[in-house]
Write a protein that binds this ligand. Structure first.
Ligand SMILES: Nc1ncnc2c1ncn2[C@@H]1O[C@H](COP(=O)(O)OP(=O)(O)O)[C@@H](O)[C@H]1O
Ligand SMILES: [Mg+2]
Length: 274
């Protein structure tokens, strides 16, 4: 890949579908492949920050940096080789960014990080909290690419439907709105009586969403929760703890394939845009 920063928003207004886990895992895997990666925690719940082992009450956080109280270079912390984090803040809620100007706060933050401070990230991954609204708009306006995480459930499906509407609105309303959907990722996949039918609903929705489903569906593995206690990524934890089991191997391999596919889809999109 040529040198350039790609900003990816990993979203769905539905909570609990695995967005934060995916941001950490995808970011970690990208960093191990030599890509310089920044994770942005734009969720007031700050799960990405605590999951990285960083104090959630730090004043050197995204909100203070956006408001110029601290520099972005003071707030950004290195958490692994090639992997940085911009810690979250409890003020990352819609009411703190309610103005039209607020919509562009995240885009401007990224411009300062890359163009003014000259951080040479290959990837920036954005995590926002559940609920949609202004924070979701801010992330859509800031991003080059969108990955939508969902589970094969009614509510997650409705979240993706709402995201399609947000994309449509964004294209109409915001100058420089450029986000390109990369795909819908099914997490905690389990074959049930209804899963095939729900899967078909999602396939149908991709016509409006405008990108295919990711072919690898992430399975369920209980280590995913245990690794959070240790502030590690899933890949890292299972390697350290040597708690390998079939569910682990399967999910770890699916995540690696997913990252291959994400990089391939971005390369494709960039070729098509030329
Ligand atoms: N593939 C998976 N297997 C098992 N548990 C998972 C998996 N993905 C996520 N989880 C768990 O589901 C919960 C919600 O995940 P999280 O990433 O916080 O979702 P969100 O950011 O969408 O709210 C967490 O406890 C997480 O550990
Ligand atoms: Mg989350």
């Amino acid at each position: 890949m040529n040198k350039k920063t790609r900003t990816i928003f990993i979203g769905n207004q539905k909570g609990g579908v695995g967005k934060t886990s995916a941001v950490f895992e995808i970011g970690y895997i990208l960093s191990t492949r030599g890509y310089k990666t920044l994770l942005i925690d734009a969720d007031a719940q700050r799960n990405l920050t605590s999951g990285s082992g960083i104090d959630v009450n730090t004043k050197k956080n995204i909100y203070m940096a956006i408001n110029g109280v601290v520099g972005f270079d003071e707030a950004i912390v290195n958490i692994r080789p090639n992997l940085d984090l911009l810690p979250g803040a409890s003020q990352m809620t819609a009411d703190h960014f309610a103005t039209g100007e607020g919509t562009f706060a995240l885009r401007e933050a990224i411009e300062v990080i890359t163009d003014v401070l000259h951080y040479d990230y290959d990837f920036i991954l954005i995590d926002v909290g559940p609920g949609g609204g202004q924070l979701m708009n801010m992330a859509l306006v800031a991003a080059d690419y969108l990955i939508t995480v969902a589970t094969l459930t009614k509510y997650a499906y409705e979240g993706v439907e709402m995201m399609c509407a947000d994309l449509e609105r964004g294209r109409k309303n915001y100058v420089g709105f450029k986000v390109k959907p990369l795909g819908i990722l099914i997490n905690t996949f389990k074959k049930t009586a209804e899963s095939d039918w729900r899967q078909e609903c999602f396939e149908e929705l991709t016509k409006v969403y405008n990108a295919d489903m990711f072919p690898m569906q992430l399975g369920i593995c209980s280590l995913m929760d245990q690794c959070k206690e240790e502030c590690m990524s899933f890949t890292e934890y299972a390697t350290h703890a040597r708690k390998s089991n079939n569910a682990y191997f399967k999910l770890a391999a699916q995540y690696q394939e997913l990252v291959d596919e994400i990089v391939a889809r971005i390369e494709n999109a960039e070729k098509e845009a030329k």
